[in-house]
Design a protein around this ligand. Sequence first.
Ligand SMILES: Nc1ncnc2c1ncn2[C@@H]1O[C@H](COP(=O)(O)OP(=O)(O)OP(=O)(O)O)[C@@H](O)[C@H]1O
Ligand SMILES: NC(=O)c1ccc[n+]([C@@H]2O[C@H](COP(=O)(O)O)[C@@H](O)[C@H]2O)c1
Length: 176
Amino acid sequence: MLRGLYPGRFQPFHLGHLSVVKWALERVDELVILVGSSQESHTLVNPFTAGERVEMIRLGLEEAGVSSSKYFIIPIPDVLMNSVWAYHVKLYSPKFEKVFARNPLVLRLFKEAGVEVEEPPAFNREKYNSTLIRKMIITGENWENLVPEKVYKYIINIKGDERLKEITRSDKILNY
Ligand SMILES: Nc1ncnc2c1ncn2[C@@H]1O[C@H](COP(=O)(O)OP(=O)(O)OP(=O)(O)O)[C@@H](O)[C@H]1O
Ligand SMILES: NC(=O)c1ccc[n+]([C@@H]2O[C@H](COP(=O)(O)O)[C@@H](O)[C@H]2O)c1
């Protein structure tokens, strides 16, 4: 039995993330999806809480027909020292043998900690990119087709779009 780890902030969970999960599950039997920066929420870069992100990921995977027996979703807070982060993750997570990531720092830290890493391909990165989706939410462009349908409905339901717009307004006021 081989278990992989897929770290990300998932702000929000989009169709590129979904493709990575499916791609990884072709290579390992189970996947631990690490919701990173779990202490963060209500900011421009991290608008959603860890709990909201956990719900989004489960909804997206359910919609795609990925069995819940194939994955864990675990939120993990950041630590001040990058050098100990991989060990910190090992303490919080079910045991894993391999890490899937494209983030260079994540790849480096796990490699240095002696964990095997594999870089998934970029799936339509110019479209499937959380920074772009957050910008589209703020500017009112149509972002519906960039995330799983249930994730879109969830974000609208929790008024996540309004939250992001409001954070943007207060951020501008504070920066004057
Ligand atoms: N479209 C994609 N194809 C392949 N990998 C992706 C894609 N989008 C994100 N990833 C990878 O998934 C992991 C988690 O990504 P993350 O949650 O940061 O999403 P992101 O779209 O890069 O968001 P942000 O722009 O907020 O950083 C990272 O390793 C990232 O490189
Ligand atoms: N020192 C640390 O706590 C540390 C180091 C590297 C990555 N991380 C986290 O791993 C996650 C990586 O996800 P992204 O690829 O979405 O940035 C982020 O939540 C990031 O904060 C944390």
